[in-house]
Design a protein around this ligand. Structure first.
Ligand SMILES: NC(=O)c1ccc[n+]([C@@H]2O[C@H](COP(=O)([O-])OP(=O)(O)OC[C@H]3O[C@@H](n4cnc5c(N)ncnc54)[C@H](O)[C@@H]3O)[C@@H](O)[C@H]2O)c1
Length: 327
């Protein structure tokens, strides 16, 4: 059997490292990762993720910035990848309000470079990370892939929407098989410190209050990392055999939104702490509610997310306390 050469960009990131971890479990996969290991958040977390991956014999890391077309084309000319999972991006809605340049560089120029390089070597399938934020504020729920995405509320969301449009043009023009994954608030061990529950616990243990935007009237469709990876792996398996069209978009969510205040209460109960709370107004760029329809992804994968919020928070908090040696 021919081994599959698979590239995961953003392999030192939260979702990327978990994907590499599972893909490398199959001896039939040779997995490569690209990441520039940037300092958007605590570098030690990326190091920790890569330490685990470095033990895998079928994994190779390339430290490259995807905004360098020259370096990306060179890399793709050396290794003829069969499949690409493009997850590298400048993530974060709030950070994009004051730092748009880095989003332009990584999410638009970097995205284009990876897509163009993938086209040149005729990859068999190209996956890329989009985001639930492309939907903007919606009044009807759950949100299906067919809903309008013309009114993103942040520059981050706008870059993800652009990725989808550019990807569509490539699939149309060059018959590339492309799949966009709209992730809904992914959380779990060794996750992102700029997102809850990680950011709330950090604030608490630094003796600080937590800011509760929009006075806690937000709702988020928190999706546990293992469920996200299971969705991707099953989809990958199915897509290799058959695809209905050359271009597809899927929501990757849990399909059960959590009210923020109730969610904060659950973190407090599970971790046996009480947050100092600071209720403030809405943050520009934030959407009020996310709630994913998972009908479309279920039809293909026959998979429903298994980890509910109580279990997911418990797993995260256990990991957090062990990692930071908190009694
Ligand atoms: N985590 C979520 O809830 C969520 C939700 C929606 C969409 N997404 C998207 O999913 C993808 C993965 O997100 P994540 O949570 O793992 O984020 P992450 O920040 O943990 O991972 C992104 C990785 O990409 C790398 N990277 C960034 N810019 C780069 C560049 N110019 N060159 C090379 N590497 C670069 C970073 O170093 C990082 O390791 C991103 O595209 C993100 O926008 C994530």
């Amino acid at each position: 059997m021919n081994k599959k050469k698979i590239l995961v960009t953003g392999c030192a990131g939260f979702i990327g490292s978990n994907l590499v971890d599972k893909l490398t479990n199959s001896k039939n996969n040779i997995v490569y990762g690209i990441d520039n290991l940037n300092n958007y958040y605590d570098h030690k977390l990326k190091k920790k993720r890569l330490k685990k991956l470095s033990k895998k014999k079928n994994f190779t890391l390339f430290k490259i910035d995807i905004s360098s077309k020259k370096n990306i084309l060179k890399n793709f000319s050396i290794i003829k990848y069969d499949y690409v999972f493009h997850l590298a991006a400048q993530a974060g809605v709030r950070y994009s309000i004051n730092n748009p340049d880095t989003y332009l560089k990584s999410n638009l120029i970097g995205f284009y470079n990876i897509l163009e390089a993938a086209k040149k070597i005729n990859v068999k399938l190209f996956y890329f990370a989009s985001s639930s934020s492309v939907y903007g504020d919606k009044k009807k729920f759950p949100i299906s892939e067919k809903f309008n995405t013309d009114t993103p509320k942040s520059f981050y969301a706008a870059t993800k929407k652009c990725n989808e449009i550019i990807a569509h043009s490539y699939s149309h023009l060059y018959k590339m098989k492309i799949i966009g994954l709209r992730f809904f608030t992914v959380y779990g061990p060794l996750g992102r410190p700029d997102m809850t529950p990680f950011s709330f616990l950090n604030k608490h243990y630094q003796g600080k209050h937590i800011d509760i935007f929009n006075k806690g009237n937000h709702e988020r469709d928190f999706t546990y990392i293992d469920d996200v990876i299971n969705f991707i792996l099953i989809l990958f398996e199915k897509n290799q055999k058959n695809m209905n069209s050359n271009y597809e978009i899927y929501n990757i969510g849990k399909g059960s939104p959590q009210k923020l205040l109730k969610y904060i209460g659950q973190i407090e109960k599970t971790s046996k702490i009480n947050f100092k709370r600071n209720y403030i107004g809405p943050q520009s760029g934030d959407v009020k509610k996310t709630y994913s329809s998972i009908k479309k992804i279920y039809r293909i994968t026959n998979y429903k997310p298994k980890i509910n919020i109580q279990e997911g928070l418990k797993k995260f908090i256990n990991w957090y306390k062990k990692y930071y040696k908190i009694k």
